[in-house]
Design a protein around this ligand. Sequence first.
Ligand code: ADP
Ligand code: ADP
Length: 224
Amino acid sequence: DAAISLRDLSKTYAGGKQALRGISLDVPRGQIFGLLGPNGAGKSTTINILAGMVNKTGGTAEIWGFDLDRDPRNAKASIGIVPQEILFDPFFTPFETLENQAGLYGVPKAKRRSDALLAAVHLTDKRDAYARSLSGGMKRRLLVAKAMVHSPPVLVLDEPTAGVDVELRQQLWAYVRELNQRGVTVVLTTHYLEEAEELCDRIAIINHGQVIANEPTRALVGMA
Ligand code: ADP
Ligand code: ADP
């Protein structure tokens, strides 16, 4: 079974923009999978459909074998999403942010889980600070912890290193690799070929809402 399976996924926005024109692809379980493409290709639209934030126009999407339409609860429980935009309640602390998220998902031992996640992303010393006081890099790490609170088997990161400095990029890559080594299937979108090459086992390239390549990274880079 695939971690994520898309069949003929399409999206036309109100106003008529055809963002996805029949995307079909499987993300193998256990891999780091890159969704690569230029701005406007349809990467965020694809992620937002998986996140339940955008309604698809046609096609099907399965997450960990659960159909998004027929079994949305299990589909949602199987995925964690790190959005591109950094959105937190500025008056919540990192600990509260994670504890609330744990509550939303009915995660047992929410306090212990929240502290464990803060440690994993090296934010223990910011546990009780207001989210608004964190640096951009710290906020980005808190977003990753928030996405992992319910221990989903699949983690999706939308442009994780856009606008991020070299040091933070290395930190995020290391953390993504660590999660993957612990068994999490990772999907990330990027418009940097080097990032996909460095991190991903497999890369799908989308352009104008269509898949134009879907290969193991080695094969794809060999072609270039
Ligand atoms: P990417 O993430 O690859 O940059 P997007 O999925 O954000 O691409 O966008 C795909 C296309 O859909 C673009 O042409 C974009 O302008 C358009 N689009 C994205 N969001 C909306 C929206 N909410 N309403 C209308 N058009 C949109
Ligand atoms: P510092 O650690 O010195 O507070 P930051 O990490 O907040 O610095 O980031 C410095 C600059 O990079 C800021 O302009 C910030 O907006 C930008 N930046 C940092 N992280 C991100 C991010 N994850 N996404 C977008 N921009 C970011």
